[in-house]
Design a protein around this ligand. Sequence first.
Ligand code: 8NA
Ligand code: MG
Ligand code: MG
Ligand code: MG
Length: 381
Amino acid sequence: VAQILRSRFRGCLAAAVAGDCIGAEFEGRCRPVDKILGYVEHVNKQRGREVEFTDDTAMARSVASSLIECKGFDARDMATRFAKEYKRESGRGYGGNVITVFYRLLDEGLQDVFEPAREQFDGRGSYGNGGAMRVAPVALYAYGNVEKVQDVAKQTAMITHFNREGYNGAILEALAVHLALQQSKDENLNVVKFVDNLLEKMRIVEVNDAGSSQSEGQAVGQSEDNKTGQSEGTEGDQSEEEKGSKEAASSKEASLPDQPYCAKLEIMKEFLQREKVSRQEVQDQLGNDIKALNSVPAAIFSFLHCTRSVDDIPTDNALERTIIYAISLGGDTDTIATMAGAIAGAYYGIEYVPPPWMKACEGANDAVRFADQLYCLATGE
Ligand code: 8NA
Ligand code: MG
Ligand code: MG
Ligand code: MG
């Protein structure tokens, strides 16, 4: 059992690195799957470490090393690592505004490390996916304690992302990794139950948070489309109970935008119960951009959708399939793929990360080392 868990810790961080490295080639673009498959072939033929990581991995490494060195969460230490790492290698493709936070964090006279993030965007804070993209090490560190997973995920995100969409995205991604680590692999994963589990947690997170919100208003603009989508689909073989719960889900959407992540999870659940879902629908309704709200759900969906075969991705390796599918959604590909990779790696383990990827991707071996250190910290072994 210990060996399996260690493998899952390693898989989580290594697949996150691979998703970032391979996904970076396509960032900001949307390419047909055969182009992505062709690029993966190219990566597989690399002899050295040719494929570089970006800001996603650079920041995840700071999260991991801070937790390890401090034997726990220390906001100032982590903030300083973010800022120093940015100063050391500023060309890793950081978000456009987070760098102003880094400059302020470098000021040794700064009293409150959360202040620069709080003052971003006229006090609204960043809703970018930068808090979520780097959160996987938190789920490993806090393994076994779901309250701690959520709390530390929020704190680590708030160093740069003070908007509720920013830090709640980090909470959701951390919860998905946490849940993936806990799943038995003896039977097929119940993907709907997985989403229900996340919904249960996020409902509480978003309801508790709604009062204190600096919410963006424009959050989810597609609830009308979504209702149309829900009235189609699997109607024929639906029990009365299922119909009832779908009605409840629709009425909950009325409370938008206070529970934007729950609304996305409801859409995701509906997608997962269907025979076919087009990439266009996923892009339109879950999103694929730099907002946390428009990328964390896409990452979770990629993992769950790819537990089954996908027509145009001819590989038997479900972790590889997950990362390729995540990239094929286009947009913020490195970030969606790193988040999907972290969840898939936590479920499948390091054995599923293709050896040529371990060889080609910069930082893949470091990820294994960080995973082992977090494993010691989390389990005391
Ligand atoms: P961030 O905090 O600078 O946010 C990213 C961007 O989101 C900002 O530059 C703004 O344009 C916008 N934004 C965020 N919050 C608000 C707000 N409250 N009001 C108006 N606009 C807002 O950086 P981050 O760390 O969240 O960024 C992460 C993403 O940027 C990752 O995808 C990362 O890889 C990087 N990145 C993405 C692309 C891309 O094309 N998708 C390109 C380069 C870098
Ligand atoms: Mg290169
Ligand atoms: Mg990046
Ligand atoms: Mg990105």
